[in-house]
Write a protein that binds this ligand. Structure first.
Ligand code: ATP
Length: 364
């Protein structure tokens, strides 16, 4: 049974519908990431789960009990904020132990819990310091520790790593996932960073303008985006979108990008193309769907000059021209150089996506 359930949860701020009828079932111990661009409603949704924001309509339940009328402090949830929200006049130890003091635990019990959590987060040496004498990463560890020590049913994270530099963020996201795995605490994590979503989530909820676009595992969302918004939002480098025309040619369909760049689609895709019944599409291609062609010329290739090669170490990204757009191809380092003329590129015609040009819905 789902531990946390949201049914048609909606939020209206005056004329703005910030969150539109969200349904979500979160299993016990699951790590759910809410992701989307600025203003998509992810923080509002998290704050409604926390009880910090009243819901306009719908219902939120924890273990089958409605939370709608339950005060934030009685929800058995602990929230970690972007700005850490530490008490500046208290030491690390006092910050960590504060919630337990409020629960009237004895000083001995508090000390024991504080040392346990400090050890887990490698804060032992910093217990007597005040927050101002800590680095950003250390402050965020204390904020995490304050959530852990309460041993809540649910952790809520509101962009907790946004104020850290890139390297620290990578380290901390692994640490949070390891801790969460060890504790098995159900977690809802908000971020605008799709890499954080992909790397941390058991399941991702992609939001746009207050509306859920797709809920799925990182693999699902990456491989089978429901629309071009999800396709281009998730993944790095982003999926390239290129307008093209579909044309029947014998037993298969051709994708015509214009400028003499045409590829033949596999017959296996005929049925879904016929069902979609459209002539114009946006073709969604990930960098790994494009490669440098070698050997005899195939029907899934096009020619282009190389606009730019970006070295990434283990691989490189080549920017090439397809129809009216530039697209990115993942290639071996050294396989092409900026300025190369008339190179042949192969499109993985089984893997690329075709989206409706107006609605963005994935057709094939
Ligand atoms: P960000 O990543 O920028 O924090 P977000 O996805 O978390 O964005 P929310 O902060 O949840 O988005 O906001 C969703 C929408 O609701 C936005 O259009 C925002 O302007 C609006 N909104 C949020 N809080 C309020 C409020 N208190 N009063 C009016 N409108 C609000």
């Amino acid at each position: 049974m789902a531990e946390l359930t949201l049914r048609a949860v909606q939020k209206q701020f005056g004329g703005v519908e910030a969150v539109k009828a969200v349904d979500l079932d979160v299993d016990h111990g699951e790590f759910i990431v809410l992701v989307g661009p600025s203003g998509c409603g992810k923080s509002t949704l998290l704050r409604m789960i926390a009880g910090l924001e009243e819901i306009t309509s719908g219902e939120i339940k924890l273990d089958g009990h409605s939370l709608n009328q339950v005060a934030p402090r009685d929800r058995d949830m602990a929230m970690v904020f972007q700005d850490y929200a530490l008490y500046p006049h208290m030491t690390v130890a006092e910050n960590l132990g504060f919630a337990l003091k409020m629960r009237a635990l004895s000083p001995e019990q508090i000390d024991a819990k504080v040392s346990e959590v400090a050890k887990m987060l490698e804060l032992d040496a910093l217990l007597e310091r005040k927050p101002r004498a800590l680095s950003g990463g250390q402050r965020q560890r204390v904020a995490l520790g304050r959530a852990l020590i309460r041993d809540p049913k649910v952790f809520l994270f509101d962009e907790p790593l946004s104020n850290l530099d890139a390297k620290l963020r990578v380290g901390m996201r692994m640490e949070i996932r390891k801790l969460q795995n060890a504790l098995g605490t159900t977690s809802i994590y908000v971020t605008h960073d799709q890499i954080e979503a992909m790397t941390m989530a058991d399941r991702i909820v992609v939001l746009k303008l207050g509306e859920v676009q797709q809920i799925g595992t990182p693999g699902d969302i990456y491989q089978r985006p429901v629309n071009s918004f999800v396709g281009t939002f998730i993944g790095s480098p982003p999926m390239s979108l290129v307008p093209a025309t579909l044309r029947r040619d014998g037993d298969a369909f051709l994708l015509d990008f214009g400028k003499d760049q045409t590829i033949r689609l596999p017959v296996s895709r005929n049925e879904s193309i016929e069902r979609a019944g459209v002539e114009h599409v946006d073709v969604g291609m990930r960098a790994e769907h494009l490669s440098i062609a070698d050997g005899a010329k195939g029907s899934d290739e096009f020619e282009s000059d190389v606009v730019l090669v970006e070295e990434h170490g283990a691989d490189s990204i080549a920017v090439v021209t397809l129809g009216r757009r530039e697209v990115m191809a993942r290639i071996r380092p050294g396989a092409a150089d900026t300025g190369d003329k008339g190179m042949r590129f192969r499109i993985d015609s089984e893997a690329i996506h075709l989206f409706h040009p107006d609605t963005g819905v994935r057709l094939v």
